[in-house]
Design a protein. Structure first.
Length: 376
């Protein structure tokens, strides 16, 4: 008995080691790829709070998202935005030549898969073909001296603006439930309310907002109409934005909501300022959509980025009486327009990042959310 004791101990130790090792790998293997459809679904997690949307792309340099990320899209999201495919240059590259086929693919897919569609965007100074702004002679109206812009020029541009809205919104009526009617109209500088480089503003004056929203409401009275911008939540731009919206609303212009783009950075994120602004816009009677969320990682660790996302979603939940939709501006980091800042929830291999785990349950540290999933 005595002689066999060391051998017995060795055998027990060996058995324990094997049990432990197999236990660990089956319960807890951080290197095993996570299947996108196996992790908690964001749209389910936030079902009682707001829609969770995503921007997808078929055209441009990152067509992968729509083609290759349908698993992520269908599992996590219940709202879709076209990243570029519904902008004026995509839908009406030449006057009267509407090209809906690419956007239609997305919208049909969304309808088939029970995703809502946010239309983005009808009136913008970017990604809008120059023909919108040419006079009968072919010259760019907004490049003429101010006093040379005629009433006929203004009528021409107004007609094109209304015609674009009419055709696009009629085409998507009943399928697109909300539109970013006007995108990025407010100036970054305190000396002027409207951004001075917008051809719409240069030619039509501040009236272009009134024209756009009034027409949009006339064409599709069911659609929710949004004013969308970057930084309207930031102190430097908030006052101007509120003044502009308030005077339009007081006149009875049909604006139903504000889209806060949400191209933020983990470093220096001011959640309190964002929350305060959300309440101020809600005071105007506006619904709030976060329309293009991504939180850049420049100068921050993955964990700091996760913490930024956690704080944001905690705040979004607190304000879900007025926030009805939160859309991410892309699926994975490698196809993000800010790809050098890795701002999204999933990495290039579609693996959930700490930022994803952070918003699975905003009351717990992201590691705990991940580990609970891995130990299931
Ligand atoms: C960006 C797209 O993500 C890019 O693919 C494109 O090259 C440029 O536009 N504000 C907006 C969005 O309202 O339409 C922009 O999208 C990002 C900033």
């Amino acid at each position: 008995m005595n002689r066999n004791f060391p051998q017995f101990r060795r055998a027990v130790a060996l058995i324990m080691l094997v049990v432990l090792a197999t236990g660990c790998t089956s319960l807890y293997d951080r290197n095993k790829p996570i299947v996108a459809l196996d992790v908690p679904s964001l749209r389910d997690i936030y079902a009682d709070y707001f829609d969770v949307g995503v921007a997808v792309s078929l055209a441009g340099w990152s067509p992968q998202t729509f083609a290759n990320h349908q698993d992520l899209i269908e599992w996590h999201f219940n709202s879709l935005t076209a990243e570029n495919e519904m902008k004026p240059d995509a839908l009406q590259p030449r006057e009267g030549a509407f090209s809906f086929s690419t956007a239609d693919k997305m919208v049909d897919y969304a309808v088939d898969n029970n995703l809502k569609v946010r239309g983005h965007t009808l009136v913008w100074h970017n990604q809008t073909p120059a023909w919108f702004f040419r006079d009968e002679a072919g010259d760019l109206i907004h490049e003429k001296p101010k006093e040379a812009i005629t009433e006929a020029d203004r009528e021409l541009v107004k007609r094109r603006l209304e015609e674009h809205i009419e055709q696009v919104m009629t085409h998507y009526a009943g399928k697109v439930y909300a539109w970013d009617v006007v995108n990025e109209a407010v100036s970054d500088h305190y000396t002027t309310t409207h951004r001075p480089d917008s051809p719409w503003y240069i030619i039509l004056g501040e009236d272009f907002m009134r024209i756009a929203f009034t027409k949009a409401h006339e064409v599709d009275p069911e659609a929710k109409l949004f004013y969308n911008d970057y930084n309207p939540e930031m102190y430097y731009k908030r006052g101007r934005t509120i003044d502009m919206l308030k005077s339009l609303l007081d006149e009875g212009v049909p604006i139903h909501g504000i889209g806060i783009q949400g191209h933020w950075s983990a470093n220096g994120l001011n959640v309190r300022e964002i929350e305060e602004s959300i309440r101020m816009y809600a005071e105007l009677g506006l619904e709030i959509h976060i329309t293009e969320l991504d939180v850049g990682r420049k100068g921050a660790t993955e964990a700091q980025q996760a913490e930024a996302y956690r704080q944001l979603f905690r705040m979004f939940k607190r304000n879900s009486d007025v926030i009805t939709s939160v859309t991410f501006w892309g699926t994975t980091d490698d196809v993000s327009w800010r790809r050098d800042e890795n701002p999204l929830l999933f990495d290039a291999k579609k693996q959930p990042k700490p930022a994803f785990w952070a918003i699975v349950d905003t009351e717990k540290p992201w590691q705990q959310n991940r580990d609970e999933y891995l130990r299931r």
